[in-house]
Design a protein around this ligand. Structure first.
Ligand code: NAD
Length: 271
């Protein structure tokens, strides 16, 4: 069995399945989505300054009536706010918009030439206990190595695009070696694999949907996953992946679907 949370390098527990809120800019959409997710049992929300919905996320958390410490909130510093001082300022803005007095996980959204200074600000926020976990996003191994060279505390999470068409084997191995948990964004990928026989046959075998098979694969390979949906039935479905196991050869068969296909930019060429 796989627990619903993963223990990060500093002992903090992070939910293995979180609710992603990208492309939910409209206040009502983000607010209702987060409330729905919390009602369904999610205890982690993944937002970012650039998603422009931190107010809605914070309001939904407050209105849910669930204790703040039971919810794991992630947000990210946007590219144009990178650098030491700018990151500290951007964090304060995010905190105010969220209406919180701390954030669980703060990430550099994309690596830029200023990634080391940006991470040092995140490290400062960690020292000041304004965040519980320092992390990064979209960092290749060489970006992580650049961070390591500048930092006292290694990032504890790297959030990267990962799904069966981009299984990230070497980056995941590198992160495991350094005790960095991997969060998969776009965990369902493009949906192409939903119709692949490897996935549809497992869905039939376990009486689960293709999306649930893919999410379970993430758990089996050690990932955290943050699926996004605004449809209540799918929000529930995406969390309902803790009551079955995939056999090692089944996990390997899904991993082997890798085609190095990205749904978005390569972090080396993101502008
Ligand atoms: P996803 O894999 O979560 O979802 C893709 C699409 O799949 C959704 O739009 C939805 O239409 C569909 N879907 C959801 N549940 C389904 C189900 N059960 N059955 C069938 N279809 C289903 O991709 P995403 O939204 O791009 O990523 C998820 C989250 O990751 C985002 O909301 C965001 O929080 C985060 N993210 C981070 C970055 C980054 O740079 N760090 C980039 C993109 C996304």
């Amino acid at each position: 069995t796989i627990a619903k949370t993963i223990t990060l390098a500093n002992g903090v527990e992070m939910p293995r399945i979180g609710y992603g809120v990208f492309r939910m800019k409209e206040h009502e959409v983000a607010y209702n989505g987060v409330l729905e997710a919390l009602k369904a049992g999610y205890r982690a929300i993944d937002t970012a300054a650039v998603y422009q919905n931190e107010e809605a996320v914070g309001q939904a958390i407050k209105d849910s009536g669930i204790a703040r410490e039971e919810i794991f909130v992630t947000t990210k510093v946007w590219n144009s706010d990178q650098g030491f001082d700018n990151t500290l300022r951007a964090f304060e803005t995010s905190l105010n918009k969220l209406g919180l007095d701390y954030v669980d996980l703060y990430l550099t959204h994309w690596p830029k030439p200023t990634l080391a200074e940006t991470y040092k600000a995140i490290e400062r926020l960690y020292e000041e206990k304004l965040i519980r976990v320092p992390g990064v996003s979209n960092h290749h191994q060489h970006h992580l190595e650049e961070v390591f060279a500048a930092a006292n505390v290694k990032p504890m999470v790297n959030q990267v695009e990962c799904h069966p068409s981009l299984s990230q084997d070497s980056l995941r191995a590198f992160c495991a070696e350094h005790n960095i948990a991997v969060t998969a964004w776009a965990p369902l990928g493009t949906g192409i694999v939903f119709t692949h026989p490897v996935v549809t046959q497992l869905a039939e075998k376990y009486s689960k949907t293709p999306a649930q098979i893919v999410l379970r694969w993430h758990l089996e390979i050690g990932n955290i996953a943050i699926p996004k949906s605004v449809t209540p039935a799918r929000i529930k479905e995406n969390l309902d992946v803790f009551d079955f196991n995939l056999a090692p050869d089944e996990v390997a068969a899904i991993t082997a679907l890798n085609t190095f296909h990205r749904t978005s930019a390569d972090p080396d060429n993101f502008d």
